[in-house]
Design a protein around this ligand. Structure first.
Ligand code: PEP
Ligand code: MN
Length: 334
């Protein structure tokens, strides 16, 4: 961190400020010019708040030269993190493309078991399914809630597939004891109390990027979870809000290589929520695979036309089979 002091900064004030910073275990290296003094803060500056520094009387401006996240930072952890999911330890981030697939929402026992069996047969290694749904309207289907979780566990028993499902409130955490990956949805990416609570368990977390959040904010949210001890974080690029209205969101494909450069955590792409349209899932999945994503999370439904949530973006079994085939071919080519 580089701190430029005001021209009239008094020597005794500079000394006092230096001592305060050194007391936090940070080395302060001054550069004294004719008119201006610049202080270089060396060491772990992630715990320093730029706003607090700016509020000091003698400070003119502050600049970070290091990212404000540490646990998630590749600089401190050069190797890729491989998150192992469920009893079988299904890997995410081991260099292969993991596919997490299933319906937006659990709708019935018959539906979830049927979808689970099909996506497994076609090569998915994790079953997705929402039980608690974050809907824009309170009058829309809110998910089967606790019953939905029970049915997901049935599907797990039936197929052996580990389960990913969204947790919206810490009040429901006990219901998630046998869920293998806790999804934190886009709308809760900055629910910091929820992130801290999730950080205190050691279950893998699928952290989705918020609708209007930067890549750095996504990594800071991962940092919230990791700072509490849970290192099993999988990031998810699921499209962001832009001025474009043709698609539901805009897939920020650039986030994949940028996140890979900044962080050792695996990143998966959600082409379903990014596009909102089933025909776009195949090209976006291919783009994600080629650019280096660690996985895909894809909505698949037995009867998309009659889905209770997100039918327009859900693939039927035939479409999912085609995407999986194309991805296989692509991997062989690459
Ligand atoms: C979902 O995965 O069904 C979902 C609601 O995702 P997001 O939080 O990305 O909108
Ligand atoms: Mn959905």
């Amino acid at each position: 961190m580089i701190v430029i002091l005001k021209q009239n900064a008094k020597k005794e004030d500079i000394e006092k400020f230096t001592k305060q910073i050194e007391a936090k275990g940070i080395k302060v290296s001054p550069m004294v010019g004719e008119h201006t003094t610049i202080l270089g803060f060396l060491g772990d500056t992630t715990r320093l708040d730029m706003d607090d520094i700016m509020a000091v009387d003698i400070v003119e401006s502050v600049r970070r030269v290091q990212e404000p996240f540490k646990n998630a930072n590749r600089k401190f952890h050069p190797q890729d993190t491989v998150v192992r999911v469920g009893k079988q330890g299904v890997p995410i981030g081991d260099g292969r493309l993991a596919v997490l697939a299933g319906p937006c929402s659990v709708e019935s026992e018959e539906q979830i078991i049927m979808v689970a069996k099909e996506v497994k047969r076609l090569g998915a290694t994790v079953l997705r399914g929402g039980a608690f749904k974050p809907r824009t309207s309170p009058y829309s289907f809110q998910g089967m809630q606790a019953d939905g979780i029970k049915l997901l566990l049935e599907a797990k028993k039936e197929t052996g597939l580990p389960i990913v499902s969204e947790l919206m409130s810490i009040r429901h955490i006990d219901l998630f004891a046998d869920i293998d990956i806790i999804q934190i949805g886009a709308r809760n990416m900055q629910n910091f109390e929820l992130l801290k609570e999730i950080g205190r368990c050691d279950k893998p977390v699928l952290l989705k990027r918020g609708l209007a959040n930067t890549m750095e904010e996504l990594l800071m949210s991962a940092e919230y979870i990791m700072a509490e001890g849970n290192q099993n974080v999988i990031l998810c690029e699921r499209g962001i809000r832009t001025f474009e209205t043709y698609t539901r969101n805009t897939l920020d494909i650039t986030a994949v290589p940028v996140i890979k450069k900044l962080s050792h955590l695996p990143i998966v792409v959600d082409p379903s929520h990014a596009s909102g349209q089933s025909w776009l899932v195949e090209p976006l999945s291919k783009a994600a695979a080629v650019i280096g994503a660690d996985g895909l999370i894809i909505e698949v439904h037995n009867d998309p036309k009659h889905a209770l949530c997100d039918g327009a973006q859900s693939l039927d079994f035939g479409q999912f089979e085609k995407v999986m085939g194309e991805l296989k071919q692509l991997r062989e080519t690459v």
